[in-house]
Design a protein. Structure first.
Length: 259
């Protein structure tokens, strides 16, 4: 595995699996159907590009998609790209020694970020619960760059918050129900996003990259959550031949685009 995160012997004693598990549990507090979107995502990878894909894990975080990709398709390879030094440290520790995985530190808002990648094209570009950090204009520009990375016949998939603005009563009811469930989870000891980062900041190995992470991003994201129809339309405008949702929940969707 090649990495720009600086993972070395000093981190050898860290239980990276435990950090992956804690990240998953924290994310599932917000999205109990999280694994279902990953299952559908990998189903469509297999259906459209086969079981040995070259994958770009876009805004990879701890490597959630990469881990599931390689567990299901051992012959796959993955390039994970992100800017978050703490999450990349966890990914680096998790995949240390795995030649199928390359990790790249890059800012997706940098027009030259693709120059850091080890390959010019990919069979599949996959991302989940990350691009809502971007506003519409930079997100549309990113989709154009992604279209240039996906080979003919290849796929792009984005699973994220995609709110339909024409159904406000449905949206409000779903949001109220979801928050009630999350409140119940908190009573039973669930760790939320802020608490997870407090734990990372207190860890001897993750403290420094966590501090750098908050210097980069600040405390909160201020992006947007356009509808699945918006994503599909823009992906077609940016060069994909087909695009539509292939999975939905009341608040989220998985949009698939084929080059």
């Amino acid at each position: 595995m090649t990495s720009t995160t600086g993972t070395d012997a000093a981190t050898a004693g860290t239980d990276w699996h435990a950090w992956q598990e804690s990240w998953d549990r924290q994310q599932e507090w917000y999205m109990p159907d999280r694994e279902e979107r990953f299952r559908v995502m990998l189903d469509m990878v297999e259906a459209l590009v086969g079981p040995r894909p070259r994958v770009l894990d876009l805004a990879c975080g701890t490597g959630t998609i990469t881990a599931r990709l390689l567990a299901r398709f051992p012959g796959a390879t993955s390039t994970g790209v992100d800017l978050d030094p703490a999450l990349l440290a966890i990914a680096g520790g998790t995949f240390a020694g795995d030649d199928r995985v390359t990790l790249v530190t890059a800012d997706l808002k940098d027009p030259e970020w693709t120059s850091r990648l080890p390959y010019d094209t990919y069979d599949a570009v996959l991302t989940a619960t990350a691009l809502h950090w971007l506003h519409l204009e930079p997100l549309a520009a990113l989709y154009g760059q992604v279209a240039g990375l996906v080979r003919e016949g290849g796929v792009f998939m984005n699973a994220d918050h995609m709110i339909d603005p024409v159904t406000p009563r449905i949206n409000a009811a779903e949001r109220a129900q979801r928050h009630a469930r999350m409140d119940e989870g908190k009573k039973n000891g669930a760790v939320d996003w802020a608490e997870w980062w407090q734990l990372a900041a207190a860890d001897p190995v993750l403290a420094a990259p966590t501090a750098r992470r908050f210097e980069i991003y600040g405390e909160h994201a201020d992006g947007e959550t356009p509808s699945a129809d918006w994503h599909a339309r823009v992906l077609r405008e940016k060069g994909f031949g087909e695009a539509r949702p292939v999975w939905r929940s009341p608040s989220d969707a998985l949009v698939l685009a084929v080059k």
